[in-house]
Design a binder for this molecule. Structure first.
Ligand code: DAH
Length: 337
């Protein structure tokens, strides 16, 4: 009877032990077979009831079962401990690391940051205005009267009769002056839009930085001094400059600033169209009419303003030949900066 049971336990244990795959299950089997109240102990208990003459044979069987179970248990235990160890050591230090591609600032933003920090160093604060502007701020208050031909200088995306995508950052001048009393010294960077034919030199979206300084007794000499200092810091120290008379409705007198072409150092090249000069910005003394629109006393205050295109500035500084590259998001281009 007991011999049969021993055989049965042997078969059952074989099945049990073959399906173990973690230390917890193995421990359960240890308790089931080898534990203090386990099957083996019960079987040894029953051995006592076996007739004397059968005892040696059955006892031998039972001992073999015990050895078998103990051996199986020990083997599995060391096996599982080994695999357990390796599961904790899953990191293979010889594998190459994961390369995380980190984005970087777009070259236009980098250029803007550089310009901002130069003007901040000269005491200018930074303001921003909305890209969707009123016709009033973008044109009228800047002394472009309705139907004035100067409006044609800028091909405008109108959103409605009264609203448009700003064609320049100059309307932020109006916002700043309406908000603060003089003295005001600020630069105003931002995105602008013009309905232009798209080609290597012009695009429908671009950035500008506007500058404004209003106080009593601000002079054209101060305007020149500030802009020359900026150009020397931003482009190169050793440059020549000139201010050419120009026209903008919101400044009087108005000028455009040229500096020595830093590609050919003034000798004449394709970029400067062989003149040796490069135009970098527009500027002038704020027209008293603008002061009247924002409620500043034009008898008491004077001021200057300037505006420059960032794409153009970056094109020149980095010798890039096509403005559209800034907006194509071609990583081969962007990664160079
Ligand atoms: N807003 C002008 C443009 O987009 C640039 C400009 C010229 C701004 C002269 C100024 C300025 O503030 O004084 O062409």
């Amino acid at each position: 009877m007991l011999t049969k049971e021993i055989q049965h336990v042997k078969e059952e244990s074989e099945k049990d032990f073959s399906s173990v795959d973690n230390p917890k299950e193995l421990e359960e089997l240890r308790i089931k077979y080898l534990g203090r109240n386990g099957i083996l102990v019960q079987l040894f208990e029953e051995l006592k009831k076996v007739p004397k003459e059968d005892k040696p044979a059955v006892g031998k069987n039972l001992n073999e079962l015990r050895n078998l179970l103990t051996e199986k248990y020990n083997l599995l235990k060391t096996d599982l401990e080994k695999t357990d160890d390796t599961s904790e050591e899953k990191i293979d230090l010889t594998l190459p690391g994961t390369i995380r591609t980190i984005g970087s600032k777009h070259i236009i933003i980098q250029t803007l940051d550089e310009i901002k920090s130069i003007f901040k160093g000269m005491g200018f604060s930074v303001f921003e205005g909305p890209e969707l502007e009123s016709d009033y701020n973008n044109f009228e208050a800047l002394n472009f009267p309705p139907n004035h031909p100067a409006r044609d200088m800028q091909d405008t995306f109108f959103v409605s009769e009264k609203f448009l995508l700003r064609t320049h950052t100059s309307p932020v001048q109006i916002r700043v002056m309406e908000r603060f009393k003089p003295p005001v010294r600020a630069i105003m960077p931002g995105v602008c839009y013009r309905n232009e034919a798209i080609n290597p030199r012009s695009y429908c979206v671009f950035h500008q930085v506007e500058g404004l300084y209003i106080d009593t007794d601000v002079t054209f000499a101060e305007l020149k001094g500030t802009l020359v200092s900026f150009a020397k810091q931003f482009y190169m120290d050793d440059l020549k400059y000139r201010f050419r008379p120009s026209f903008f409705p919101f400044t009087e007198p108005s000028a455009e600033m040229d500096i020595t072409c830093f590609i050919c150092k003034g000798k004449g090249c394709r970029i400067c169209k062989n003149t040796g000069w490069i135009e970098i910005l527009g500027c002038g003394m704020v027209d008293p009419n603008v002061f009247n629109y924002v409620g500043y006393d034009s008898e008491k205050y004077t001021g200057y303003a300037f505006g420059m295109g960032i794409e153009r500035t970056a094109l020149l500084k980095y010798g890039i030949d096509d403005i559209r590259k800034f907006y194509e998001n071609d990583l081969r281009f962007l990664k160079q900066f």
